[in-house]
Design a protein around this ligand. Structure first.
Ligand SMILES: *Cc1c(COP(=O)(O)O)cnc(C)c1O
Length: 372
């Protein structure tokens, strides 16, 4: 058997069954609402080709992307789904939305005017969302602006009314109540229009804020949407790297750039073929000041030794029995034994950044029903 694909030193496995189970679990949290899927940034780094067909097949009918190009890509994968573009209307490019039947999420009066005039001129009736800002001050009309718009008798009829929560991960954050209230008043302005407020944390928030359409993102990909409780989501991503070499380091010797790691007793190091060029963040390097990254090696959780370099990372495997890990073995860096949230915490960041940084050099394997 010949295989022309050169071998990769790191591999990423994406479990579409887990993805679909997570999407269903989100839907079950708010059974009266439709559950959409946020697939921006190439499906949070997992690949649109991998996530969209599985979710479509499971019955997901609405997708949210960030960029219009992502919207075009999702349209090729699903001819009939409703697709919203979160970054809104690119100036002068109404045609592109109409051509691929994409709906801009309109977040300013300027955008609304441009979209309305585009629709009036061309007769396009594909729909667009109205984003109201309820306290995040990123995109969106202020609620008063929306009130004024309605009072003026403006003809723009959004296909969706939405807002975005800034702090739903912290259940008792005072901004939540203000956002819930502001959105409720915006919702009264458009009683006929379906409404959407919940991101992943909103879906799992105890408040009655289901509305008509859920917009979970990161929870679909396995990140915990209830921070102080065990993670109800299934792990979707497994990242593994191959051992290039196992070596002994003697007392007083150092490991890696900057010689930041030194051993006092003989130690064993496994060097694996993954580094920051693969999105294995350098901030996970070992440090005396905070918990460094860990790898799951031969049944043990082992700390990273020294600095993560571009293509390689050293792991302290001294705790393993002699021969417990050898050249060619695979070690887990994200997966069932190493939740993505834990990996993120140890790199000083959030799961979103870990996922969307997942590198291009990995061998990518898709597992799950119907993904042959
Ligand atoms: C990214 C995003 C979401 C999804 O957020 P998660 O925290 O990943 O669930 C929902 N709505 C908007 C407007 C977003 O930008």
């Amino acid at each position: 058997m010949t295989d022309s694909t050169p071998p990769a030193y790191a591999r990423l496995t994406i479990d579409t069954d887990a993805l679909v189970a997570n999407w269903r679990l989100c839907g079950q949290r708010r059974p009266d609402a439709e559950c959409a899927a946020v697939v921006k940034a190439d499906g949070y780094g997992l690949g649109l080709d991998n996530v969209v067909p599985a979710l479509s097949q499971a019955g997901c009918r609405t997708f949210f992307v960030a960029h219009i190009g992502e919207g075009e890509y999702v349209r090729r994968l699903d001819r009939t789904a409703t697709i919203y573009v979160l970054c809104g209307l690119v100036p002068g490019r109404g045609d592109d939305y109409a051509r691929h039947d994409l709906r801009p999420v309109l977040g300013s009066l300027e955008e609304i005017r441009e979209w309305s005039s585009f629709c009036a001129t061309t007769g396009w009736q594909g729909g667009g969302a109205l984003h109201v800002d309820t306290g995040m001050s990123r995109l969106g009309l202020r609620v008063e602006q929306a009130q004024a718009l309605v009072a003026e008798g403006d003809l723009f009829k959004p296909s969706l009314l939405m807002s975005h929560l800034a702090c739903a991960d912290v259940h008792h954050h005072p901004l939540n109540a203000r956002q819930f209230q502001a959105f409720a008043s915006a919702n009264k302005l458009y009683p006929e229009v379906p409404a959407s407020l919940c991101n992943s944390y909103g879906v799992f928030h105890p408040a009655e804020i289901g509305y008509d359409l859920l917009r979970p993102g990161v929870a679909l990909y396995g990140s915990n949407p209830v921070l102080d409780k065990p993670n109800p989501m299934k792990p979707v991503v497994t990242l593994e790297a191959q051992v290039l070499q196992v070596r002994t380091v003697m007392p007083g010797e150092h490991v890696g750039y900057g010689a930041t790691w030194t051993t006092r007793t003989p130690a064993r190091i496994a060097v694996v073929g993954i580094g920051y060029a693969d999105g294995y963040l350098r901030s996970g390097s070992s440090s005396e000041d905070f918990d460094s990254a860990i790898a799951y090696v031969g049944g043990h959780h082992c700390l990273i030794a020294g600095r993560i370099s571009m293509d390689m990372t050293a792991i302290d495997v001294t705790a393993l029995p002699e021969g417990g890990v050898k050249r060619g073995d695979w070690v887990e860096l994200i997966g069932a034994h190493l939740p993505v949230d834990e990996v993120a915490r140890r790199a000083g960041t959030i799961s979103y950044e870990i996922l969307t940084s997942l590198g291009a050099r990995y061998e990518r394997r898709i597992v799950g029903e119907g993904m042959s």
